[in-house]
Design a protein around this ligand. Structure first.
Ligand SMILES: *[C@@H]1O[C@H](CO)[C@@H](O)[C@H](O)[C@H]1NC(C)=O
Length: 239
């Protein structure tokens, strides 16, 4: 047996030869941001408005949105026409089902450095308990960290409903303590408050989904936290 075939049997040739290239790729690779959620992520414009903030900060060419979906169902027209329309928003889906059956595969298909999520509204519609939803959040964080130990996580306080809002307020009330209890330096969790000041009349278009002003409010709460994370992550890479 040749030395090289022994090496290649051990998988060492590709490692030895590709090492520097891989390092270079890692450094130039864009930061991957997954917008994760239900219809409030899929058929809305806040993703587009957050992209405008990335562009305005000069970060648009350093980042990409990732996910199995690539769509702009609302026909959003932010200032940045070539905004990245990829996402992992799934209309009608429950946090519980995403945690139990989908998220692990999604993160395998499109790995991420940052996940920002709002979920729970459909669980509330189906009468799932706050405890069950919080347990699903915990499972999701475990899956995110198994996929990437350095995952940076933004969890949104869920926007209000114009009816049956009690369970949303109960969920939101649990999120701060939940997030603190799972927070680590390696994989931080920060909370985007998309609830306070969100008007369940004018900021919703149909009692459930944000109107344009609601989208702008969500973007104003999520965007600055995302920009912080992006700058931190680039710094950690030495860029
Ligand atoms: C998590 O820790 C970071 C500092 O590492 C802090 O900025 C952030 O507010 C903490 N998150 C929560 C929910 O307490």
């Amino acid at each position: 047996m040749h030395f090289s075939s022994i090496l290649s049997a051990l998988g060492l040739v590709s490692l030895a030869l590709a090492g520097p290239v891989q390092v270079a790729e890692r450094q130039t690779q864009k930061l991957r941001i997954m917008p994760l959620g239900d219809s409030i992520t899929e058929i809305t414009c806040w993703r587009a408005f957050v992209w405008d903030q990335l562009a305005q900060a000069g970060l648009a060419d350093r980042v990409q949105y990732v996910g199995s979906q690539n769509s702009n169902p609302q026909g959003c027209r932010p200032n940045t026409p070539n905004w990245d329309q990829r996402h992992e928003g799934h209309s009608g889906w429950l946090a519980i089902d995403i945690a139990n059956n989908y998220l692990a595969n999604w993160l395998r298909s499109t790995p991420a450095d940052i996940v920002m999520f709002m979920l729970g509204t459909n669980d509330v519609f189906r009468g799932r308990s706050t405890n069950d939803i919080i347990n699903a959040y915990t499972r999701m964080v475990q899956i995110m960290r198994a996929a990437n130990p350095r995952m940076k996580i933004i969890v949104d306080l869920v926007i209000p409903l114009s009816f049956n809002n009690g369970p949303i307020t109960q969920l939101n009330a649990r999120i701060p303590e939940w997030a603190r209890s799972l927070n680590t330096t390696e994989s931080p969790i920060v909370i985007a408050d998309c609830y306070t000041g969100f008007n369940a009349g004018s900021d919703l278009r149909d009692g459930v989904h944000p109107s344009l002003s609601g989208d702008r409010l969500i973007a104003s709460r999520v965007g600055p936290l995302l920009l912080n994370y992006v700058r931190q992550a680039l710094e950690e890479r030495g860029q």
